[in-house]
Write a protein of this length. Sequence first.
Length: 131
Amino acid sequence: MTLDDRVREFIAEIAQDLVGLDVALFYQANPRAFDTAAGIALRTHRSVDEVEPALERMSAGGYLETVSRSDGRYQVFALSPSPDVWRTLCRVSEAYHEDPRSRKEIILMLVHRRLQQRADDQAAGGSGPDG
């Protein structure tokens, strides 16, 4: 199996990092999940600060829908009912869980992106989030 262009695009533009991949795989495995960023963080064993950007990217990309609760005090995230969203997340999950070569390519894409971000941060004179 080779990595599908749609999967490659999702990883590059939406997931962007391991946390984004974890959140996407969580929603594929739990398509009826309806929870806050804090709840998703707890369920994915990540911090809220880590999952919020991933949830925002998935929402902006049309993969998640957001609903305000308690007079706007809480924002809840749910998987979009779009069949295209479901097909894409299933392809991502299949590539990651069922094909070692595709999993390796996905991880390499994410690691390369992180290394490029660090290099860009250093070139800009900043230390970035990792110091």
